[in-house]
Design a protein around this ligand. Structure first.
Ligand SMILES: [Fe+2]
Length: 287
């Protein structure tokens, strides 16, 4: 099933909303988010997020404070709890950068753990509703972000599989995610903030009423099942959801603000030439 409407939406403001694929995603041209949108503009963006799940506002000139102000329109902001996430004493915004102290590329990927399929903060009691990423500097080539339409993937499950997972709860845990990803283990602070938490495996979107597969690399096991018994089903669901037919690949342009709805998408970062290209992103999380 494709998106409901593949058509360009332009109103008298001159702001254009244009789908970028048949899977999900739309680009928004002509918006200026260095000032707060009017109520009708905001409602248009919110409706577009519900329809397209991923929005790319092109050519934005935003400071950190602009991004925080725009993000706060959507809901309270999540605190960045990952090690090294606190910048300039702020926990409301995170800078993901491969710039070294000399300002040149340091050869390190900005977020290795994000290369696995996931939905942001599913290991928190209140997960991320939406995530916002602003491309201050992006490489001309690679460093794309992949998005899965997890509602489309749910719809494509067999009736038998839908019956099997409806009503099941998956337990998500930051420690499992880090262990599985072979990266630094969660800190005491993170473990305290994010004890194992359960979410429905098939999650109903409060605005659209559509179910989506809610399962990525943070999912540890199924409630009432052993880790060993859970793994095959979790892996099967992730493999199903991340087929090419459910994926949109976002190729970044400098000054893109990309926002996505974590309740009905999965995403994954990809590699880029970290030694020769800068990638600097501002990131906020809306709960
Ligand atoms: Fe992420």
């Amino acid at each position: 099933m494709g998106q409901a409407a593949i058509r360009t939406d332009q109103d008298q403001s001159g702001i254009v909303i244009r789908p970028v694929s048949t899977v999900l995603g739309a680009e928004i041209i002509g918006a200026d988010l260095s000032r707060l949108p009017t109520t009708p503009e905001f409602e248009r963006y919110r409706d577009a997020l519900h329809t397209y799940k991923v929005l790319a506002f092109r050519d934005q000139d935003m400071t950190k404070d602009d991004l925080v102000a725009f993000s706060q329109l959507w809901g309270p902001l999540g605190e960045h709890i990952m090690p090294g996430a606190v910048r300039d004493g702020r926990t409301d915004i995170n800078v993901m950068s491969n710039a070294g102290p000399d300002g040149k590329p340091n050869g390190k990927h900005t977020d290795v753990t994000a290369k696995r399929w996931h939905t942001d903060r599913s290991y928190m009691p209140v997960p991320a509703m939406a995530s916002f990423l602003y491309g201050v500097e992006v490489p001309l080539k690679d460093g794309d972000t992949l998005f899965v339409n997890a509602a489309m993937a749910y719809d494509a499950l067999s009736d038998e599989m839908k019956r099997r997972i409806d009503g099941l709860q998956a337990i998500h845990w930051v420690e499992h995610s880090r262990r599985d990803g072979g990266v630094a283990l969660a800190t005491d602070y993170e473990l305290k903030k994010a004890p194992p938490v359960k979410h429905p495996l098939a999650k109903t979107h409060p605005a659209t009423g559509r179910k989506a597969i809610y399962c990525g690399c943070h999912a540890w096991k199924i409630e009432g099942w052993s880790e060993e018994d859970s793994r095959p089903l979790l892996n099967e669901l992730i493999a199903h959801a991340t087929q090419d037919r459910f994926i949109y690949r976002h190729k970044w342009l400098r000054r893109d603000l990309v926002i996505w709805d974590n309740r009905c998408t999965l995403h994954a970062a990809t590699d880029f030439d970290t030694k020769n290209h800068l990638r600097v992103l501002y990131r906020t999380i809306v709960l």
